[in-house]
Structures are given as C-alpha cells and as structure tokens.
Design a protein around this ligand. Structure first.
Ligand code: CTP
Ligand code: CA
Length: 226
C-alpha cells in the first residue's frame, strides 16, 4: 500500500504499464516465450491505482494473475501486438512503464498448420527476425512533451555498467535494473533493484516486496512528470 504522504499524489495522471512475457508463435500450438510472471508490472498497476492514477495495464502472458481492480486491462500476445497497444495507450499518458519482458526475436515464419516430425528427417533450424524495440520507440517519439518513460532491465553480469549503457541506448528517463539468475526475481514475490536516472541519479531499492519497488518507481516518476 502507498505510504501516507503518497496517497492520491498521482491523481489526474494517466499511466501505462506493460507486464508479463510476450509469446511468439511458431505454429498454432507452439510459441517462443520467457519466464516473466508479470508480478512486478501488476504491482506497479495496483500501487498506481492506490495513489490515484488512471491506469492502463497492457498485459502479455502472466502466471495466471487476476486483473487488478480499477485498472483498464488490455491483453496482448506478441511483441508486435504489445507495441500497438502500448503506443495507443501512451498517446495521452503522463508516464509509461515498460515492465513487460518483450521478446527480442520472433520466428521468421509462422506455420499455419502444426509442424510435424517425419521419420528419418532432421528438424529445420528456427529462423528468427528482430522485434520492434517498444521502449526505444516510446523514448524517441514522446507522445507528449514531459511524458516520463521507464524501462526495466534484467542483467546477469556487470549490472551497473550494463544498466548505464542500456539507459543511454534506450533514451528513457529511468531504468530499473534487476540482477537475475535462475532463482532470483522471476516468479518471486520480492525484488531488489537499482533505479538509474538519465539525470545521473542512482536509487537503490533494498530487497523487499514488489510493491515497495513499485512505490519507489512512482516516487521517481512523480518527481519528473510535468
Ligand atoms: N523492450 C522493449 N521492446 C523490445 C525489447 C525490450 O520495449 N523489443 C523493453 C523492455 O520492456 C524493458 C527494456 O526494454 O523495459 C529492457 O529490456 P532488455 O531485454 O533488458 O533490453 P534489450 O535492449 O532487449 O537488451 P538485451 O540484449 O540485454 O536483451
Ligand atoms: Ca531483451
């Protein structure tokens, strides 16, 4: 829940949050996906509502999370669909937070019929093509002046250096950097992060519930939105 001083501090604002993992179909029954649970994005949506914002949640695949109360939920499957829904919602948004795990690549070809195995025939490699980079596009072409754009980054190695480089490359205002591993972050109830600002700021968020990280993100957004 929002701290006492934060109640309704986002009222009058429209914020867009993307959450979950995209799924890129190979054929009618198969897809390339990822381990994102959507929990951090859903926590962002819930805390924003609690602080008075109007919230649009663009939800890709999640671990069966219930729709948060008071939120406009738009369901999407692929990265291309997510891009379309986010850009549409962002048109009048004061802030956009890209918590979704967007697939970098999709299969180059979609098989209309289920891909079958054949005796004595080796499988074909799966050719991939790049997906659009939604965060970079949002950052480069702000729908309105002063719109705050926030990205998330999951890094495994040099978290700070990779995070700074990614922030610069994407052109967003804030980048929430998580250190991930097989047993960290994905699907868990808790998170630990470092929030990097384009203005040089560094805000460490200690290990704790995803709501606490969400509240820190909204604090930093509220300071920057105009
Ligand atoms: N993102 C996006 N569109 C993509 C890929 C990523 O909008 N096609 C967004 C994610 O939602 C996230 C941020 O970009 O907010 C960073 O994602 P990440 O995968 O860490 O960055 P990439 O640029 O894809 O770099 P990497 O090669 O490390 O995966
Ligand atoms: Ca990526």
């Amino acid at each position: 829940a929002a701290a006492a001083g934060r109640r309704d501090d986002l009222s009058g604002l429209h914020v867009v949050v993307s959450a979950g993992g995209t799924r890129e179909p190979l054929d009618p029954v198969r897809f390339l996906g990822n381990r994102s649970s959507g929990k951090q994005g859903y926590a962002l949506a819930r805390t924003a509502v609690a602080r008075g914002a109007r919230v649009t949640l663009v939800a890709a695949n999640t671990a069966g999370l219930p729709d948060p109360a008071g939120v406009d939920v738009v369901r999407v499957g692929t990265a291309v669909q997510l891009r379309e829904a986010v850009l549409k919602a962002a048109a009048d948004a004061d802030a956009v937070v890209m918590a979704a795990a967007v697939a970098d690549f999709r299969p180059a070809h979609y098989a209309e019929g289920k891909i079958k195995k054949r005796d004595g025939v080796e499988p074909e490699p799966i050719a991939l093509v790049r997906n659009p980079d939604v965060l970079a596009e949002l950052s480069a072409e702000r729908a309105r002046p002063g719109q705050v754009v926030v990205g998330f980054a999951a890094e495994t190695d040099d978290v700070l250096a990779n995070g700074r480089a990614k922030l610069a490359r994407k052109g967003c205002d804030l980048l929430v950097v998580n250190e991930v591993g097989e047993h960290r972050t994905f699907g868990s109830e808790e998170n630990e992060a470092l929030v990097l600002g384009a203005d040089g700021s560094e805000t460490p968020v200690p290990h704790g519930p995803k709501e606490a990280l969400a509240d820190t993100v909204w604090d930093l957004v509220a300071e920057r939105v105009r």
